[in-house]
Write a protein that binds this ligand. Structure first.
Ligand SMILES: N[C@@H](CCC(=O)N[C@@H](CS)C(=O)NCC(=O)O)C(=O)O
Length: 226
């Protein structure tokens, strides 16, 4: 299998399936497509247009099958690796984990647009300003704190549904955002974020992101340079 991804420092969607594959020890080759302006005809656009109908990353290629869109990739990996617990085994828990993942897939627009993922950046002053000025970001953060708090209170495990799974991979880039922008969370949520950050797939991605050292000004609303 090949997973096509964007820059590790910036590509939050790419991070999710990469982290899953790595965490669960599923063999794959990584193909990186460097982010650019995404203008029509840009190198990224040309490379991805040849591979995927949406022209976006992540894209998983397994033989002659191309699977695009993060949630579809996660489901494909869960189906092709039934012995691994990518989703919770219990049906009700699985439905809840899917609900949380889908909520991320289609939600949190305010947080995503005000606080784009930038793993190497440390921008707490931006985070404080955004939080003070944008009630929609406050609402996204409040929802995350409630969601994670409730899930953690209901499990004996270290992650949202016990063991690390798709739902935690789904929220790993959100953890990255909260860290970079220094957004305030209660202690139990901060401890969950630390466990996500230390988990092997996430730690490996972060290491790769920090090693990249590839400042892309198209992805940098707040910094002029590294
Ligand atoms: N819903 C898609 C979103 C993918 C996405 O937006 N990927 C971004 C990079 S993180 C991308 O490829 N952008 C290029 C573009 O918009 O042309 C998914 O879940 O995979």
């Amino acid at each position: 299998m090949q997973l096509h991804i964007g820059n590790k420092n910036y590509s939050s969607w790419s991070m999710r399936p990469w982290v899953l594959l790595r965490h669960f020890g599923i063999a794959f080759d990584e193909v990186m497509h460097r982010f650019d302006s995404f203008e029509p005809g840009s190198q990224f656009r040309r490379e991805m247009a040849a591979l995927s109908p949406t022209g976006k990353v992540p894209l998983l290629v397994d033989g002659d099958l191309a699977v695009w869109d993060t949630l579809a990739i996660a489901e494909y990996l869960a189906e092709t690796h039934p012995a691994l617990q990518l989703w919770p085994r219990d049906r009700a828990q699985r439905a809840r984990a899917r609900s949380l993942s889908a909520e991320m897939h289609s939600g949190f627009g305010a947080l995503r647009s005000a606080c784009p993922m930038n793993i190497e950046a440390n921008l707490p002053e931006v985070g404080a300003k955004v939080l003070a000025e944008q009630p929609a970001v406050q609402a996204d953060l409040a929802r995350l704190v409630t969601m994670w708090g409730n899930a953690l209170a209901a499990t004996d495990g270290a992650f949202l549904f016990g063991e690390f799974g798709i739902v935690d991979a789904y929220y790993a880039p959100v953890v990255a955002r909260l860290r970079s922008y220094g957004l305030p969370v209660p202690a139990a949520v901060a401890a969950y974020m630390d466990r996500v950050w230390a988990s092997p797939g996430v730690a490996a991605w972060v290491q790769g992101a920090l090693a990249e050292q590839d400042f892309r000004d198209f992805e940098e609303p707040y910094r002029q340079h590294r």
